[in-house]
Design a protein around this ligand. Structure first.
Ligand code: TPP
Ligand code: DXP
Ligand code: MG
Length: 633
């Protein structure tokens, strides 16, 4: 590596560079990020938008003594390049390589691990409280995007920070984009500050302006103080934050390094909480990303010269099937409404939004609100479909219990990205939903073995008169053909996919195909394995499972979920309650977080492949070698 970036060993080296060198360095950093992400995939547009901002932050704050908490953290690549990881940057999001998000375990410069949105201000306030309590002296800054600022957690933290009045800097990176164009009243407010020249006035100017109005001398001004305040609301930016106890600074052009440095330095001198409003362009410096910031928010490997994504396999993804089928179902069922929490494209709802704009709701990064909004709709007779990734649905757990299932309301949870998601790593793996949803009464939980069964499950779920969660994996399915007509599946009924007399494998979701492939390998070894597609995690097909268990010596469950509290646990609970002593072995994710890496590699590592299943079963059978003959009989 050559150029100025090669010189940067620690952020303190930035002090050696003048502004023209900083601009040159910014160009090198952009090039490095574009080249790397074109190979590895990743969050390109968010990072291209914060190059100058990150340089300014590291120029003004002295890490690791000072703390910077990156909200979501998907925009941390520049920070990582400046903090000792440029040599390893090509391992971005690869197994064993550096994470695409800040990680405590990765570097002392990563003050706090993030990945889920809107946590930065809360964490930063926690750091500020600790600093003061321990009588330490350092700055604490949260860097939060305008999208993340729509998250309720951020407002809770603003409210508390304004109350405590701790020295704290909140840098609002406003690029008018969430993943898609940002939504909500807050976004509109910020955009007005960006676009309306009236907002360029300072508070003093407004006071002077009012005092110049004839016949309104100082004494009268007091009388119309309310008018002055409401007038200020009209023309002074950031009054919303000022009223919450923050000093508002800005807005500043976040691509103007020196101006941003100056404003951050001013923020450091302020007492109490400060909000620094920085305006940037998402995707800055790479034309395809500038003009298509949502496509390049999170992108797979792509051709730099054209911006074309490389690895489209041509097989439909589960998300695409969901997007098509929900539109089809909505044609004949006008009750159907669709809700996303700032991820219209990721959840496949863009087509629905275009066809049924008045039945589509993007609530911003507000999963809890999305679920309770759905509960209200369902209570009033509609059929809301809430499309939220497995990992992000964790944010709305109480709403699922308290507002939907306790009231037994007909809400459909389309739980996308359930299972191993891969490159995004431990913060995003959808490996907990079976465990966190299964204990909830009234909730039906199902997962399809392939895309065809997926459409039948969607049809079944839409017609089901209670709460239902349909979990499905990230990426492509089996490539099977979809039936022309959608069926309605009997709730709680499993499907025997293969009969077998030696052992029995009962699988859920995308693990059914894995189990079938394993059974074929086992058959060549003389082991006749039955395979059952459980279809429903709740209610379980108890009759099918008990019959299976009563007629086999070894029952194996397999799921792409944590073992703890997952599908296998429910089978164990059933067998214990029934008094059956059938030897049972559960295969799934053990009690640890799953780091980033290609999904196929991670499934290999955790034995969630046909070969992995066969190896595990052979080991189990091998342990009983003296009874192998018995089992084979
Ligand atoms: C709780 C949660 N919901 C959804 C997401 C998915 N997500 C990641 S980044 C993002 C948009 C963030 O927008 P913003 O904060 O403005 O950052 P930008 O990408 O514009 O820099 C979303 C919705 C998430 N990480 N966490
Ligand atoms: C940073 C973040 O949380 C999202 O951008 C997430 O990475 C999207 O995941 P998919 O790529 O699976 O849609
Ligand atoms: Mg944004």
């Amino acid at each position: 590596m050559n150029g100025l970036l090669a010189m940067i060993k620690t952020p303190q080296d930035l002090r050696l560079l003048d502004n023209s060198q900083i601009n040159e360095l910014a160009g090198e950093i952009r090039q490095k990020i574009i080249e790397t992400v074109s190979e590895t995939g990743g969050h390109l547009a968010p990072n291209l938008g914060v190059v100058e901002l990150t340089l300014a932050l590291h120029r003004v704050f002295n890490l690791p003594q000072d703390k910077i908490i990156w909200d979501v953290g998907h925009q941390c690549y520049v920070h990582k390049l400046l903090t000792g990881r440029k040599e390893r940057f090509s391992t971005l999001r690869q197994y064993g390589g550096i994470s695409g998000f800040p990680r405590l375990i990765e570097s002392a410069y990563d003050s706090f691990g993030t990945g889920h949105s809107s946590t930065s201000i809360s964490a930063a306030l926690g750091f500020a409280i600790a600093r003061d309590y321990l009588k330490e002296k350092h700055s604490v800054a949260a860097v939060i995007g305008d999208g993340a600022m729509t998250g309720g957690l951020a407002f809770e933290a603003l409210n508390h920070a304004g109350h405590l009045k701790k020295d704290l800097i909140v840098v609002l990176n406003d690029n008018e984009m969430s993943i898609a164009p940002n939504v909500g009243a807050m976004s509109g407010y910020l955009s007005r500050i960006r676009t309306d020249p009236m907002y360029s006035r300072s508070k003093d100017e407004v006071e002077q302006l009012l005092l110049k109005i004839p016949n309104i001398g100082p004494k009268v001004l007091k009388v119309i103080d309310r008018l002055k305040d409401s007038f200020k609301y009209l023309v002074v930016p950031g009054m919303l934050f000022e009223e919450l106890g923050f000093t508002y600074l800005g807005p500043v052009d976040g691509h103007n390094y020196q101006a941003t440095v100056n404003l951050l330095k001013q923020a450091k001198t302020c007492k109490g909480p400060v909000l620094v409003h920085v305006q940037t362009q998402k995707g800055k410096g790479y034309l395809p990303a500038e003009s298509n910031a949502d496509k390049f928010h999170g992108v797979g490997p792509f051709k730099i010269e054209t911006g074309d994504v490389i690895n489209s396999t041509g097989t439909v993804t589960y998300t695409e099937v969901f997007g098509d089928i929900i539109v089809k179902l909505a044609e004949t069922d006008r009750r159907i409404q669709a809700i996303t929490a700032a991820m219209p494209d990721g959840t496949g709802l863009r087509k629905f939004a275009n066809i049924y704009p008045d039945r589509f709701f993007d609530v911003g990064i507000a999963e809890g609100h999305a679920v309770t909004l759905a509960a209200g709709m369902a209570c009033a007779g509609l059929k809301p479909v809430v499309a939220i990734y497995s990992t992000f649905l964790q944010r709305a757990y109480d709403q699922v219990i308290h507002d939907v299932c306790l009231q037994n309301l007909p809400v459909l949870f389309a739980v996308d990205r359930a299972g191993i998601v891969g490159d995004d790593g431990a913060t995003h793996q959808g490996l907990f939903d079976l465990s966190y949803l299964r204990p909830i009464p009234n909730l039906v939980i199902m997962s399809p073995k392939d895309e065809n069964e997926f459409q039948h499950m969607l049809n079944t779920a839409v017609k089901f008169q209670g709460p239902c969660a349909l979990r499905f994996p990230r990426g492509i399915g089996t490539g099977c053909v979809l039936d022309k007509e959608m069926k309605e599946l009997p709730i709680g009924q499993a499907e025997v996919v293969r009969k077998g007399k030696n052992i029995a494998i009962i699988a859920i979701g995308n693990m059914v195909k894995v189990a079938e492939d394993a059974a074929r390998i086992l058959a060549q070894q003389g082991v006749d394995a039955a395979v059952v597609n459980a279809r429903f995690i709740k209610p379980l097909d108890e009759k099918c499972i008990l019959d299976l268990a009563a007629n086999t010596n070894l029952l194996v469950t397999v799921e792409e979920n944590m073992l703890s509290g997952g599908f296998g646990s429910s089978v164990l609970e059933l067998l214990t309650a029934s008094g059956l002593k059938t030897r049972t072995h559960c295969i799934g994710i053990p009690d640890n977080f799953i780091e980033h890496g290609h999904p196929k590699l991670l499934r290999d590592i955790y034995g969630l492949t046909a070969e992995g299943l066969v190896k595990e079963i052979n080991m189990l059978l091998g342990y009983r070698s003296n009874t192998l003959k018995l089992i084979a009989d």
